[in-house]
Design a protein. Structure first.
Length: 103
């Protein structure tokens, strides 16, 4: 459950006013930092590939776990090329979906 921060309250409710002010101040700081990230080239080519793709880095095949490293994104879609960490010659693909189902 997400917390609810009401921004409409009686002027005499000083506690709600203080909580609202803290929320607005924190939101302003976060949005400023986020704007800085988008205006600067955070994901430059000099960063390691894994920093640019902070997703799952392992998959399981039965009881065995296989770590892999992302190489790049394919055609600006939710499909990524990768290789196994232990064997760079063993290539694989990772696909993300908006919705997963049981079937």
């Amino acid at each position: 459950m997400n917390p609810v921060i009401p921004l409409h309250f009686r002027p005499s409710d000083t506690k709600a006013g203080a909580i609202g002010k803290c929320f607005i101040c924190a939101l302003r700081r976060v949005l400023s930092d986020l704007k800085h990230c988008y205006l600067t080239d955070v994901f430059s080519e000099s960063l390691p590939v894994q920093v640019k793709f902070p997703f799952y880095t392992t998959y399981t095949d039965g009881a065995a776990s296989h770590p892999f490293v992302y190489e790049g994104q394919i055609d600006q879609k939710r499909v990524f090329s990768a290789h196994l960490r232990d064997n760079p010659e063993d290539k694989t693909f990772v696909k993300f979906s908006r919705r997963y189902g049981d079937t």
